[in-house]
Design a protein around this ligand. Structure first.
Ligand SMILES: [Zn+2]
Length: 1073
């Protein structure tokens, strides 16, 4: 600070922030548990004592690292209040000369006993004995008062002193720091220098302990440069205090730099650094450092063990935990209650409750912390045990404290057990703990999670004292219950009550902005964040990026991203995710490359997002490279990554890669199975999807609604109504039928199988319908040739105030086309723009062409296409080509094909097929042969196939290849004879001179073979249902109509363009497809 005075504004903001935040204000990370520890006094806020250990560790580090607490090193356990009483009694006895040493010893004893009352007695005795304390004794008085809880008395002593030395200042500074009054500490630190005193090591250590939040990092850095200038950097205690400060301010990098540059380290410095890593969740680095500590020959102490045990956070770390436990036994520290408590919490986190309990039971003198650790360890999974222990604890004479109640309330919250929570609440009221800010906050969270906003509000309003954590809890509660407005009101009230919002407040509010409609709110919070200078907190900045991402404001997200001073992994992840969310896949991938080039390693979220981007880019090569990086990063066993890989490979068109990833997944969860099912659907391997589903059931995995949606989609594609009905039954049994997504899939399945009555039944039973539900039903009616019903349902949809979308419009336009109402179609097309404010799509225009085509207005249709003259008008020309086929307009058909060949560089087989049919219908067999030859040369003459499901088995018939099923050939012959008998005549158009061509007519139409098989293998009265992969040909269509009448059977044939319901010699398509 030499030479540069900070601006008053800087101080105002630092001061207000310090005041509220440093004073025991939890700065909880989102996950929930956080404690605030301040020089031996631990403030736990809204916490599960699970992570008691590292905090306790940190406390000890500070005790041993700072001088004013040196006396506290004398174990408190050995202290019995007796000697102090003896001491004060002695004071009253005559003949005992109270001298400086005597008072000093008494004061020291008061500090150890943390007894303000006794301390005051000693002070009073001095006054009544008119004993003038010297600087040394005054300093001790300051220290005693501040440590025993009365900073005011300490300040009175300090102010009354005529001569102050650096120790006096230090004692007062550390007192303020201890009481969380950072601003006063800072002010005093500078006042001391103005009064000509040079700060020494202890001054720096004291002032550094006042810097405990990320917000004051800049200030901490200033003190650091101060220290460097004063030449105290090589002091091991000062360096350790610096490490502590940087760790608490969230800058591990700077802490590590100090640590690495230390010439001499003691166990406290090592432990401080290890603890820093543990606090920031970097267990890996903490373990590495602990190994180094051991190799350095330094003996870890109980604090080191308590800290490193905090690095074992999940069941994967159990092995490490067991090793540490063995080491602790060896070091003979097992009975240390601090270590024991840390062991209990460690085992609980690692999921080994039996071990935790064993440690607990073996502890010779468990303290309240031990009980709390064990209760918290039981957690929601063992609620009854936790409550039993709670009763035992009270029987053994341990009074529950705020942590006990907070743990139990958290358990009730997780179990959403409102009754238990209320019982506990009444006990809390009886024991007068309700006014405690931690307990009240836990009550709010409990009520929030148990669904009672009302009760939460009551508790909140009745709190005598609120801190930022309580405000945060209530804000989160409002957001959780969907009252974001109230959350904002509370936020504003918080400000009016002069409570400084912390990063949790902002993150909670940001996370409540989930869609573009919330953008204004999000921007308002951004303003507040800037106002409070909170953007320097990466958690806040990253949440801000994510918020802008969700609200669709990529530019704003990017701006925040580039404003971050020290970007961390979370910042990169947030930005990449935002890009992916909005389809800026290329940018997402580029950013990932940039991140890698800056030496970033990435975690699973990075890879998941990048893989999503690649899937959307359909870049198989890049996908394979990232797969390699995933393996390199050792993440190839992570189920979420594997599932994302399956999705990526499927979208990039490599079903084989997708399956080979899937095959190697060790323990597949339902999400993983769903990904593979979707992959099969994506590549149109419906039958494989159904087989996979069976395998999934055999392996005992329970399908969820997404699974059923997938298999129902497969059934819809395959026209597999028998399978579909079975799934429908299963869904009814599992009571999953009412799921909107599943219902929509059922409607689609039934209607794509031509079974509208069942589709309708599902629709009518739905309790909640969305746009997709209506679309599925409307499209079903339209495709099955009931355009008038489709239009009726559209009216219903509008009356139900469900907004239509582009898919709805396509169905409506097709319905008008089908009904031959080209004028209405045209009006409707106009209304898409005017009423719905949407740009009609290519598909909508193609429907319009079809409407004109149906009405024999071919010229108008052509003009319409020219007028639209869109860049991608292929669909419209294809639509016109169909019209030409129906109306035998060869000339226009050739124009259309020319256009199509222009648009699509590669002539599609479907277009050639259409033209061939048009030539055949016109009797231009030579042209047919030419096209056929060309197609054969180009390898476009793919076999056609048609699939029919009989008795839940699939039978596929290919052109020119009879399947070996018995009776089909006979059936075909019988069919032909029967048709001839009933007077079926081949269309003269289709009477080529070559008689063999005529014979082959049947075998060219796989749908005829499938229908023949169906007639043979299904009982009369059952609809014959098949799905073909190429449009039904003209002669085949005529024959199917004839068969439906001659055999008196309903026939359903679905081709890629149209659904044909044949009945009594008529097709639902009205002979237009
Ligand atoms: Zn038809």
């Amino acid at each position: 600070m030499h030479g540069r005075q900070p601006s008053p504004r800087f101080w105002t903001s630092v001061s207000s922030l310090l005041l509220t935040r440093v004073l025991g204000v939890q700065s909880s990370r989102f996950i929930g548990i956080r404690q605030w520890c301040y020089n031996g006094k631990a403030y736990f806020r809204n916490s599960t004592p699970m992570s008691l250990t590292p905090n306790e560790g940190r406390r000890r580090i500070q005790e041993s690292g700072s001088t004013w607490d040196a006396s506290a090193k004398v174990g408190r356990n050995t202290w019995k209040g007796k000697s102090i009483r003896g001491g004060v009694q002695l004071l009253g006895k005559r003949g005992v000369q109270a001298n400086l040493n005597f008072y000093a010893r008494r004061l020291q004893e008061c500090v150890q006993a943390k007894s303000l009352a006794e301390g005051k007695k000693v002070h009073d005795h001095m006054r009544s004995a008119q004993f003038e304390p010297d600087i040394y004794l005054n300093n001790m008085l300051i220290s005693m008062y501040s440590k025993c809880g009365s900073i005011e008395d300490a300040n009175n002593v300090f102010q009354s002193m005529e001569d102050k030395d650096v120790v006096s200042w230090n004692a007062m500074i550390s007192g303020y720091a201890l009481h969380g009054r950072g601003q006063e500490a800072v002010d005093l630190f500078y006042q001391m220098q103005r009064e000509g005193l040079k700060p020494n090591q202890n001054s720096f250590i004291s002032i550094l302990s006042a810097c405990q939040t990320p917000i004051v990092l800049e200030f901490g850095e200033q003190i650091h440069s101060h220290i460097t200038k004063a030449g105290y950097e090589s002091d091991v205690n000062v360096s350790t205090a610096l490490i502590n400060m940087y760790c608490k301010c969230g800058s591990l990098e700077l802490a590590r730099k100090v640590f690495n540059e230390m010439r001499e380290r003691n166990v406290v410095s090592w432990t401080a650094m290890i603890s820093g890593y543990v606090q920031h969740g970097d267990s890996k680095e903490a373990f590495v450092l602990f190994q180094k500590l051991i190799r350095s020959g330094t003996q870890p102490n109980k604090v080191s063990f308590a800290s490193i045990l905090g690095a074992c956070t999940n069941p994967n770390d159990l092995e490490q935990g067991l090793k540490l436990h063995a080491y602790i036994k060896q070091a003979g520290l097992e009975q240390e209650v601090l270590v024991g408590n840390a062991l209990i919490s460690m085992y609980a986190r690692c999921g080994s409750l039996a071990n935790a309990r064993q440690v607990f039971d073996n502890l010779r003198s468990p303290n309240r912390v031990s009980w709390n650790a064990m209760i918290a360890g039981y957690g929601e999974g063992f609620m009854e045990e936790a409550f039993r222990l709670f009763r035992d604890m009270q029987q053994k004479g341990f009074q529950p404290d705020r942590f006990t109640y907070a743990s139990l309330l958290a358990i009730c919250a997780d179990r959403a057990d409102l009754n238990r929570g209320k019982e506990l609440h009444s006990q809390i009221v009886r024991t007068a703990w309700e006014a405690d800010v931690t307990v009240a906050t836990a009550l709010i969270s409990m009520y929030a999670k148990c669904g009672s906003l009302e009760e939460a509000r009551k508790v909140f309003n009745q709190m005598p004292e609120k801190n930022a954590v309580s405000w945060n809890a209530f804000i989160a509660c409002c957001c959780r219950h969907g009252s974001e407005k109230e959350a904002f009101q509370v936020f504003k009230q918080m400000r009016r009550d002069d409570v400084i919002p912390d990063h949790v407040t902002f993150i909670t509010l940001l996370n409540s902005c989930t869609s573009p409609e919330d953008f204004e709110r999000g921007r308002y919070i951004h303003g507040k964040i800037d106002q409070w200078g909170m953007l320097s907190n990466n958690l806040v900045a990253n949440a801000l990026i994510s918020m802008y991402g969700r609200c669709g404001k990529l530019a704003d997200a990017r701006e925040v991203f580039y404003r971050i001073r020290r970007r961390d992994l979370g910042s990169w992840n947030a930005m990449i995710a935002a890009y992916v969310q909005h389809g800026a896949n290329g940018s997402a991938f580029d950013l990932f490359i940039k991140y890698k080039s800056e030496g970033g390693k990435g975690d699973k979220y990075t890879f998941i997002n990048v893989l999503r981007a690649i899937a959307n880019l359909e870049d198989l090569d890049a996908g394979r490279k990232i797969h390699g990086l995933v393996e390199k990063a050792g993440l190839e066993k992570d189920i979420r990554i594997l599932t994302t890989l399956i999705k990526m490979y499927s979208k990039c068109g490599s079903l084989r890669d997708a399956y080979s990833v899937f095959k190697n997944v060790q323990e597949k969860d339902v999400v993983c199975w769903n990904a593979m099912l979707a992959a099969y659907n994506h590549s149109d391997h419906g039958q494989d999807a159904l087989k996979l589903f069976q395998q999934m059931r055999l392996e005992g995995v329970n399908p969820d609604s997404a699974t059923y949606t997938s298999v129902l989609n497969a059934c819809a594609r395959l026209g597999a109504i028998e399978h579909g009905k079975k799934f429908h039954t299963q869904l009814k049994e599992a009571a999953m039928e009412t799921d909107t997504r599943v219902s929509n899939a059922l409607i689609e399945m039934y209607s794509r199988c031509g079974c509208l009555s069942s589709a309708n039944e599902v629709f009518e039973k739905m309790s909640r319908r969305n746009t997709n539900s209506w679309n599925a039903l409307i499209a079903g009616y339209c495709q099955n040739g009931q355009g008038n019903v489709a239009l009726e349902y559209y009216e219903h949809m509008l009356r139900a105030r469900i907004s239509p979308n582009k898919a709805t419009f396509t169905s409506i336009l097709s319905s008008y086309a089908q009904l031959g109402e080209e004028e209405q179609a045209f009006d409707f097309l106009e209304s898409i723009k005017e009423e719905w404010n949407m740009e009609p799509s290519e598909q909508h225009y193609a429907c319009m062409v079809a409407a004109l085509g149906r009405a024999s207005l071919l010229k108008e249709a052509e003009e319409f296409i020219e007028e639209i003259s869109s860049e991608s008008d292929a669909l419209m020309w294809e639509s016109l080509l169909v019209a030409c086929r129906i109306h035998h307009n060869v000339g226009l058909a050739e124009t259309a094909v020319e256009h199509l060949l222009d648009v699509k560089a590669q002539s599609s087989p479907a277009v050639c097929e259409q033209l061939m049919n048009i030539y055949a219908a016109a009797g231009r067999w030579e042209d047919v042969s030419v096209i056929k030859a060309t197609m054969r040369e180009a390898g476009l003459l793919a076999p056609k196939s048609c699939t029919i499901e009989v008795n839940s088995e699939f039978h596929t018939f290919m052109t020119n290849h009879f399947s070996p099923q018995i009776g089909v050939e006979d059936k075909i012959e019988e069919l032909v004879w029967k048709m001839m008998d009933k007077g079926f005549l081949l269309d003269p158009h289709y009477a080529p001179n070559d008689s063999r061509e005529k014979e082959r007519l049947f075998s060219h139409c796989p749908e005829l073979l499938a229908v023949a098989y169906g007639l043979e293998h299904t009982p009369p009265g059952v609809l014959v249902r098949c799905v073909t992969d190429s449009p039904v040909t003209d002669p085949s269509h005529r024959m199917l109509k004839f068969i439906s009448k001659a055999y008196n059977r309903g026939i359903f044939v679905r081709d890629p363009n149209c659904f044909h319901n044949f009945k009594d010699g008529i097709c639902s398509c009205g002979d237009y497809w």
